[in-house]
Design a protein around this ligand. Structure first.
Ligand code: 13P
Length: 257
């Protein structure tokens, strides 16, 4: 069954102390305002900085609905890669998800389709779940090439997987022009792209598998627009940046399904 997911991507924000307080406030808020959906139907994910992973994993242990994600991993198993983080290290913290291919990583750290495919493979090999990000720049959309670009991103880093591996992957569509800009994709624009992504999955892996894959929308999701976006038939949740750093807003987003 396709899961609904409210995932926060904290990016390079929060010290350990700030992270602890934010998690505590969100967990307390969820106790007061529990989501209507059960664990297994709706998952909440905090994508925290590396240093926060062990503490965050411990803090959410009692709540089966809440899980922890790393925001990246390295595309090699181990060795002389000073400053990088391996999937084994992430696994050892108790985290369960890894965000892969965020547009900020593609742009500032030159991550390409092959590297991302390696990260997806390594993540799955450790039974971590990749949240694979795709999305187009504004000029690509203006030129009308957004469907093709997203297709290339998905084919280039995911379509080497077999069906067993693919069905574990979560996809996040994050149009770059909507990230951190306050300009959200309209529900219609999000639905149209999510339906396109699902069609690609149907063609490659069949309808049953495609129907089970969660496709999240990211890009200026907030407490006001989440409900309308999540109502779209192919939008299975959100990957939320700025608004995931405010406990009240993120709780409202979680309760928007
Ligand atoms: P904002 O919600 O701040 O636009 O960020 C979206 C994002 O990049 C999540 O990964």
């Amino acid at each position: 069954m396709r899961k609904m997911i409210a995932a926060g991507n904290w990016k390079m924000n929060t010290t350990l102390e700030e992270g602890k307080l934010l998690i505590k406030n969100i967990l307390d808020g969820l106790m007061e305002n529990p989501p209507r959906q059960q664990a297994g139907e709706l998952e909440v994910i905090f994508g925290v900085p590396y240093i926060t992973l062990p503490m965050a994993s411990t803090m959410v242990k009692e709540n089966p609905q809440v899980h922890i994600a790393a925001q990246n991993c390295y595309n090699k198993e181990k060795g002389a890669y000073t400053g990088e983080i391996s999937v084994d290290m992430i696994k050892s913290t108790g985290a369960e998800y890894v965000i892969i291919g965020h547009s900020e990583r593609r742009e500032y750290f030159n991550e390409n389709a092959d590297m991302l495919a390696q990260k997806v493979d390594l993540t799955l090999s450790r039974e971590l779940i990749p949240i694979f990000c795709c999305g187009e720049k504004l000029e690509i959309r203006e030129a009308g090439n957004h469907f093709d670009v997203v297709k290339q991103q998905i084919e280039g880093s995911l379509f080497h997987l077999d069906a067993d591996a693919m069905k574990k992957v979560v996809i996040a569509y994050e149009p770059i022009w909507a990230i951190g800009t306050g300009v959200t994709a309209s529900p219609g624009q999000a639905q149209e792209m999510h339906a396109h992504i699902r069609r690609l999955l149907v063609n490659k892996f069949g309808k049953e598998l495609a129907d089970d894959i969660s496709i999240l929308y990211g890009g200026s999701v907030n407490a006001k627009n989440a409900n309308e976006l999540f109502l779209q038939p192919d939008v299975d949740g959100g990957l939320v940046g700025g608004a995931s750093l405010k406990a009240d807003d993120f709780i409202t987003i979680i309760n928007s399904f």
